[in-house]
Design a protein. Structure first.
Length: 236
């Protein structure tokens, strides 16, 4: 006897077995979920997979996203502790790792997170050998290098988030101080993400107007407006 579904829908072609643009997020903490929601809202994938070691939380986050799929275009959202759920991903975002403790530098996290990555990365590559891996976990620059070595992937397929976050903070804080919108304020943070990053004061401008030309002491100890404090807030 035909089911209600069979009576309602008559397939005209065989269903697709492989996703076209599958994205996986490894680690469903605050950063991981921010990544997942951003991917969904921007309609960047036709399937989203999530992996985490804490099964109850993982299931809860998956259900929250699935129940909100009425407002999304992504028709398939899955999650599991088993990395098989990540198979055939185009992009894998790795945000998993141990949390930075109070007073602990990002570099102090290295060995603990390297041990975590020694399990994660081989699993990712096993199920998605053609993927691009985007590393977000800290210390991001070192873990990106570790990921490249562990994965065996070509270097153009292992990418770290680097100083993107630092630069976004930098532009926002400068814009707040100047009373303009961050999109009009341009500047860059270079180097290693975190405490040793470098603000490029010579490149800071608002709508093309160089701020260092207006204030040659900008970013130095002699700066009467103490713009150097902005960078301190970025890495705080």
């Amino acid at each position: 006897m035909a089911s209600l579904k069979d009576k309602l829908i008559t397939p005209v072609t065989a269903p697709s077995t492989l996703p076209n643009n599958k994205v996986t997020v490894v680690g469903v903490g605050q950063v991981g979920m921010a990544c997942a929601i951003s991917v969904l809202v921007k309609d960047l994938c036709d399937e989203l997979a999530m992996v985490d070691v804490i099964e109850d939380r993982l299931k809860g986050e998956m259900m929250d996203l699935q129940h909100g799929s009425l407002f999304l275009h992504t028709h398939k959202i899955v999650a599991d502790k088993d990395y098989a759920v990540t198979a055939n991903s185009k992009i894998v975002v790795v945000s998993a790792g141990v949390r930075q403790q109070e007073g602990e530098s990002r570099l102090d996290l290295v060995q603990r997170n390297v041990n975590v990555f020694k399990f994660i990365i081989p699993q990712v590559v096993k199920y998605s050998p053609n993927c691009i891996i985007l590393v977000v976990s800290n210390p991001v620059d070192i873990l990106t290098y570790v990921t490249w070595k562990l994965s065996g992937l070509p270097k153009h397929r292992v990418i770290g988030s680097g100083c993107n976050l630092d630069t976004a903070r930098f532009r926002y804080l400068m814009a707040e101080k100047l009373g303009v919108h961050p999109s009009s304020c341009h500047g860059w943070i270079l180097g290693e993400h975190g405490d040793s990053s470098v603000p490029v004061w010579s490149g800071v401008n608002v709508a093309g107007v160089s701020l260092q030309e207006l204030n040659p002491a900008m970013g130095t100890e002699q700066d009467p407006e103490n713009w150097k404090e902005v960078h301190k807030q970025v890495v705080a």
